[in-house]
Design a protein around this ligand. Structure first.
Ligand code: COA
Length: 282
């Protein structure tokens, strides 16, 4: 998944020249798309993932396209490992202009179909992992001028996703509280809520077949899945000077899905339950 050449980008090619971004979960999907886009606009990127090989491969792809990239390994649940990875990143590319907390874990499960450890695992990756990322990077985040951007989700109740909705509500609260606390030091803190995005591990898990893809498509007023570049474009805007007066924003980039609340996903859930009941009867 190579990103468009900056010449064809809406943004000027040197938008992020001389900057350094830490991107967790940057080995694939939405976060890789963001890393590629940032690099294509002049930003050095440190891609952090649990799997070192995956992070390094992603970084090598960016380097092959002419970008500056480093792959490092840490589990966002492990604060000491995050501090060590941050130290590696800073040694190579210097302090951070941008910290992007994108690492996430997800699977569809109802509240009574998930163990306490399953729930805790997702909260630890999504919420505590976001906190660990920001906390570990904070001593190296440039002030003024630094940007924190988190990848949230939904912003509304969604059945089969209580663990994620609960964790991401925490991410949103952390985002807005930090935006207040760090405003006077000139650091902006925002988040993006992506809609269904093609080519991501999350969507492969949540919409594994054409029928479910069709159902997801009908939850989106624009009537289609997004692509990683849609999220990367929003991220480029939010971390650029064009958004210098924007902080504490949880921005849906989702074809209008969030505007409808949780109703479309509830309809999907009712349909799944009806299908399950029909299967049991036959
Ligand atoms: N339904 C219910 N519970 C599930 C589950 C599912 N589909 N998948 C995992 N779990 C539970 C496990 O059963 C386990 O609980 P238990 O010990 O009580 O049995 C718990 O979650 C932890 O699973 P484990 O596989 O040991 O955790 P992990 O740290 O290796 O993986 C996950 C974390 C579960 C979030 C895994 O899905 C993952 O690594 N995801 C990363 C990629 C991803 O999700 N990307 C999408 C981003 S949107």
């Amino acid at each position: 998944m190579t990103q468009p050449h900056p010449a064809s980008s809406t943004f000027r090619p040197d938008l992020l020249a001389g900057k350094h971004a830490l991107i967790t979960g940057g080995g694939s999907g939405i976060n890789l798309g963001i890393a590629q886009s940032f690099a294509a606009h002049g930003c050095a990127v440190t891609i952090l993932g649990r799997n070192l090989e995956k992070a390094q491969n992603a970084a090598a792809g960016i380097s092959a396209d002419g970008g500056r990239a480093l792959g490092v390994s840490a589990d966002v649940r492990d604060f000491a490992a995050m501090q060590a990875a941050v130290a590696q990143a800073v040694e190579v590319h210097g302090d951070f202009d941008i910290v992007l907390a994108g690492a996430a874990g997800n699977f569809p499960a109802p509240v009574d179909g998930i163990s306490p450890n399953g729930f805790k695992t997702v909260v630890e990756i999504d919420l505590i992992g976001t906190y660990h990322t920001i906390k570990a990077a904070a001593p190296h985040l440039k002030t003024p001028g630094g940007n924190v951007l988190s990848i949230s989700a939904y912003g509304v109740p969604v059945p089969m996703q209580a663990h994620v909705v609960a964790a991401k509500a925490g991410v949103d609260a952390l985002t807005q509280t930090l935006a207040i606390e760090w405003g006077l030091r000139g650091v902006r803190v925002n988040a993006i809520i992506p809609g269904p995005i093609d080519g991501t591990e999350g969507m492969a898990r949540l919409a594994p077949d054409e029928k479910t893809r069709g159902q997801f498509t009908r939850t989106v007023p624009l009537g289609r899945f997004g692509v990683p570049q849609d999220i990367a474009n929003a991220a480029l805007f939010l971390v650029s000077d064009a958004a210098s007066y924007v902080t504490g924003v949880i921005l849906p980039v989702d074809g209008g899905q969030n505007m409808l609340g949780g109703a479309p996903q509830y309809q999907m859930y009712l349909g799944m339950q009806a299908a399950e009941q029909a299967k049991q009867k036959s």
